[in-house]
Write a protein that binds this ligand. Sequence first.
Ligand SMILES: NC(=O)c1ccc[n+]([C@@H]2O[C@H](COP(=O)([O-])OP(=O)(O)OC[C@H]3O[C@@H](n4cnc5c(N)ncnc54)[C@H](O)[C@@H]3O)[C@@H](O)[C@H]2O)c1
Length: 326
Amino acid sequence: MKAIVTGGAGFIGSHVVESLVNEGYEVLVVDNLSSGRLGNIKPALESGKAKLLVKDLKVFDEGFKSVFRDVDVVYHFAANPEVRISTTEPRIHFEENVVVTFNVLEGCRIGDVKELVFASSSTVYGDADVLPTPEDHPTKPISIYGVSKLMSENLVATYSTVYGVRSLILRFANIVGPRQTHGVVIDFIEKLKSNSERLEILGDGTQRKSYLHVKDLITGMDKALRHIRNAGRYYEVYNIGNVDWVSVKEIADLVVEEMRLDKVTYVYTPATPDGRGWVGDVKFMLLDVRKLMSLGWHPTLTSREALREAIRWLLGGTLNIHADAL
Ligand SMILES: NC(=O)c1ccc[n+]([C@@H]2O[C@H](COP(=O)([O-])OP(=O)(O)OC[C@H]3O[C@@H](n4cnc5c(N)ncnc54)[C@H](O)[C@@H]3O)[C@@H](O)[C@H]2O)c1
């Protein structure tokens, strides 16, 4: 069995690569290394079971046909995942998320790939009326990042119908764990490393969201994919996140505790009158994950435990984050 993992040198993609290699897949990582790192997939490359193709998926060329030929499944994880920058630089998300997804789908079509897993996001729901938010809740994104994921989902859905590509859409909550390179925890650690007495918190600190450890994401993704294969389903959407949630203020407390600091003054900088961290920030996010749990999956770590593990890994690894780079 042969798999392509786009964005496979990134945080989540590299865990997917590891898991596929362990399952005996031959894996081709396609990544432009814009945020991905060679160090993330070094063991997989050294095993001889994974190969890396450094390629910018924004640029469609003749090469796509040979890259996607004889591939059983494509895990499409390449994207720009930084929700915050989509407000100031919307073109980045259109190109990195929508155009890249279109190109990958074209690769699937001309290479006759029959299966695709797509990394979508909770941000497609926007400010949900129902919490926990189920998969059939209306999608009303409030950020360009969110709309770029929704546009990508729509493209995937139509390629699934028209060209028979079996497609699994996973709407991720916030994912944390080893090798992560963005998000609130990193923001806090970096700020506290430069000033251990003052922490600027984007928003009013009451934003509350759900966090899932990357190892729980991998087991959930595997369960969902096996299920739709066995059930002969051609297009299915699953939320994947934790059953609990944590406020931004609580995350700050966790980071301060793990860094063994005291006397840290929190300075809140709400970007909107209702206390969001930035324009386009969804203030409350908790996904209804009962659909996935009905397949026998359950997160093994709570949001708090997942965050604590990620903080500990980062405190051991942040300074080395770039040491693994190309
Ligand atoms: N981390 C989260 O909490 C989270 C939440 C929801 C959805 N997602 C989605 O999951 C996926 C992986 O996110 P991540 O957190 O691992 O991010 P990441 O930045 O670590 O990984 C993205 C990878 O894609 C590669 N890439 C970007 N643009 C590319 C291009 N044009 N051509 C080829 N490669 C390109 C990068 O080099 C990187 O290796 C993304 O699609 C992201 O939107 C992540």
